[in-house]
Design a protein around this ligand. Structure first.
Ligand code: NDP
Ligand code: 8X3
Length: 254
């Protein structure tokens, strides 16, 4: 917390979808923001929108780039150096292919971004939390981290890894009183499917015929998790659209 009693949150993947909605929710709640992503014009636009409410700093780096990730976090100005809340959200699926024809570049992207990128960002920030013996980390996992679906192979593996890392962090950071948890959404209507299908029209059908979760629904839950009393840690939460019973069972109206 800073002099005014305001907390600071760093959100990765703040340029779109769940991350952007979380930035808006946190701003509404008076939490200062460090917004991360690769699309500078979007970072600028969101900063412009939210800096009427809170202090906002943007960091442009690719979480796959270890050096750039550590340098970006090192570069934070004094008034943004103390990070109370880390939201590890940056990530995507790349492709939806059976294992025998999977694109190895897609595999690299998912493991490098969803798993290794999350680790780099966390490694750059956790030491200040252990030093202060306080802090909270929320990792955005997925229903795909709890269940494997057809052709989901490597994406599901990356999200299973996020859940294992979440547990590992919670265990290792337990002596320091740091809260660690995962929020695991089912289908959320974001740019996720545009990225997965590389702009193909296949993406248009993913959220058709039922009411998918909206990014604001998850942002609400993330805020819930970070606003519990000091002794309460939301360790793991699975959040599905009502129409979705599991990764593959979705009640469609048409
Ligand atoms: P979006 O595609 O809308 O947002 C993804 C965000 O991640 C963007 O802000 C993007 O920013 C950032 N990002 C992607 N790659 C990189 C990279 N290499 N370096 C830095 N930032 C990167 O998708 P969602 O909001 O849906 O996804 C957010 C998280 O939620 C992901 O971890 C996803 O796996 C998870 N999730 C999504 C679900 C869904 O159905 N949509 C369900 C369950 C989990 P930029 O391109 O500017 O770098
Ligand atoms: C995103 C949910 O089912 O599209 O993690 O993989 S799904």
């Amino acid at each position: 917390e800073n002099k005014e009693g305001r907390k600071t949150a760093l959100i990765t993947g703040a340029t779109s979808g769940i991350g952007r909605a979380t930035a808006h929710e946190f701003a509404k709640q008076g939490i200062n923001l460090i917004l991360c992503g690769r699309r500078q014009e979007r970072l600028d636009a969101i900063q412009h929108d939210l800096e009427k409410q809170v202090d906002v700093h943007t960091l442009n780096f690719d979480v796959r780039d270890k050096k750039a990730t550590f340098e970006a976090i090192e570069s934070l100005p004094e008034n943004f150096k103390t990070i109370d809340i880390l939201i590890n959200n940056a990530g995507n699926a790349h492709g939806l292919d059976p294992i025998q024809t999977g694109d190895t570049d897609d595999w690299d992207a998912m493991m490098d971004i969803n798993v290794k990128g999350l680790l780099y960002v966390s490694r750059a920030i956790i030491p200040q939390m252990t030093e202060r013996q306080t802090g909270q980390i929320i990792n955005i996992g997925s229903s795909a981290g709890k269940e494997v679906y057809p052709k989901g192979n490597v994406y599901c593996a990356s999200k299973h890894a996020v859940l294992a890392i979440t547990e590992g962090m919670r265990i290792d950071l337990n002596p320091f009183g740091i809260k660690v948890g995962a929020i695991n959404p089912g289908l959320v209507e974001t740019e996720f499917s545009q990225v997965r299908f590389k702009g193909d029209t296949l993406a248009d059908n993913v959220y058709k015929g039922f009411k998918a979760l909206q990014p604001e629904d998850i942002a609400d839950i993330i805020y819930f998790a970070i606003s519990r009393p000091a002794h309460v840690n939301i360790a793991d939460m699975l959040v599905l659209p009502t129409a979705q019973a599991s990764s593959t069972i979705i009640k469609k109206t048409n």
